[in-house]
Each structure stands twice: as C-alpha cells, then as structure tokens.
Design a protein around this ligand. Structure first.
Ligand code: SF4
Ligand code: SF4
Length: 230
C-alpha cells in the first residue's frame, strides 16, 4: 500500500502517487487534466442547444458557465483527476461504487490541501466525457459515448477535483488519444432512429432518452465487441 508520508508537502501532490493510489483502490485507469474552460465544447454545445437538438434536456440550458468552466463550479480548482471503472465492476449502482472508491482514493491521498476538493460521478454540471478525453483516457466516438481504447464504452467515469499543485507531471504520461473511429460509421448506420450523424447527435430522436433502454450504437461498436459483453 502506498504510504502517505512526504507525498503532500507545501500543498503539492505527486502525480505518480495519485496514479499508484488509484490503482490500489481498484480503478481501471486514471488521468489528469488542468482545470479550465472547455472553449470548444462550449461553442459546440451552445450551437447544439440553439438548434434544439438537446430535446427535453432543458437542464443543459442552465448552469452553462459552470458546465463549461469547472472553476466556476469548484472555486479554486486546479486539476481534474478522472478515474474509470469497467461496467462489470460497478455492481447495480455505479454512482455509489464510483463515489465510494473516490472517497477511498481521497483518503489514501491524505489530507488534500484545502480549499478545494470535490468528488463527482454523473451528478453535477460536469462534462465528464470531455474531461476523460482531456485526461488522456480515450476519445468520444460517433455514437457520442466516451470510448477507452481497450475497454470500449463499457465504463463509468468519476472525477476528483483538487485545488493544489501536482508534481511529477510528464505530458508523455497521459497523451491525448486520437479519435479511433476512422472511416467507421457502423453506429450511424445501425441507429434505429437516425439520431446519429458524422458530427451530430439528435437527442430528440434518440430512444435512449425516452426509455433508457437502447444500446444499439454501443452493441455494434467494434471497441465493445472486444469485450464480449454484447
Ligand atoms: S441509443 Fe439507440 S436511438 Fe440513441 S443514438 Fe444510439 S442507436 Fe440511436
Ligand atoms: S461504431 Fe464505429 S463510428 Fe461508431 S463509435 Fe464505434 S468506432 Fe466510432
């Protein structure tokens, strides 16, 4: 088990220590990105919402600056640690499982220097999938799912936002993963509602947003076929 000594000094955490603790707690992957405004996503979402493609997800029209800039949501935020766990380790309540592991991670890191530390899992205006991309964990596919190169989209994400410096950062440790969709458009062709396009997802047509039961665009994705889950 990682020891707590000397890993926190002068309000600094070691990235290598964070990774080690995340592994020990049981996460399948862990990445990190500097907190900031997601300008490209803000522009994309503003246009998407203006076109009405978000359907009845009217909550996306609120708290927009908090959603686009995590520092507005968590004052003092400096880094976003993103963790990932495969579906089949999450049990029936992934929120509870991921949050519980995040609290264990927080405890293992020791007393993260205040003023800032905050845990999220699909529960606040946080662009989780984008933060996972920023943290070098994968890419967003044409089915609009976050895709890890090995685990596919059969994963759940969580975040620990911290307000201290992080040392031992080497950009080579978490290089951005290029989109792996390439020429593939299998999910677009198989979408039973015509909700997907090359650069667009029309939530008004998407069955998953009516019934939460459609997973066709994940079932057909070659990244998930490796998992033998479908
Ligand atoms: S969940 Fe179903 S309806 Fe929605 S985009 Fe995927 S295949 Fe299409
Ligand atoms: S099915 Fe093909 S295009 Fe769709 S997300 Fe998967 S790899 Fe990308």
């Amino acid at each position: 088990m990682a020891t707590l000594d000397n890993h926190i000094a002068n309000q600094v955490l070691s990235w290598k220590h964070i990774q080690q603790c995340a592994r020990e707690v049981g996460f399948d992957a862990c990445g990190i990105a500097p907190a900031g405004r997601l300008d490209e996503d803000a522009t994309f979402m503003e246009r998407w919402i203006a076109q009405g493609l978000h359907g009845n997800m009217t909550y996306l029209e609120r708290n927009t600056e908090k959603r686009y800039d995590i520092r507005q949501l968590v004052p003092g935020a400096q880094w976003v640690i993103v963790v990932l766990l495969h579906y089949n380790k999450c049990g029936h309540d992934y929120h509870r499982t991921i949050k519980s592991l995040l609290y264990q991670l927080e405890a293992q890191l020791g007393n993260i220097p205040l003023p800032t530390q905050h845990i999220f899992c699909d529960s606040a205006p946080v662009l989780e999938r984008k933060w996972a991309v920023m943290a070098g964990l994968g890419f967003i596919g044409r089915n609009r799912q976050f895709i890890h190169p090995d685990l596919g989209s059969l994963v759940h994400l969580g975040e620990l936002v911290i307000g201290c410096d992080v040392t031992d950062m080497d950009p080579a440790d978490s290089p951005k993963v290029q989109s792996g969709c390439g020429e593939c458009r299998v999910c677009i062709d198989h979408c039973i509602r015509g909700a997907l396009g090359l650069d667009v997802w029309d939530a008004r047509k998407c069955l998953a947003y009516e019934t939460h039961k459609c997973t066709v665009c994940q079932q057909v994705c070659p990244y998930n076929r490796k998992q033998n889950m479908y």
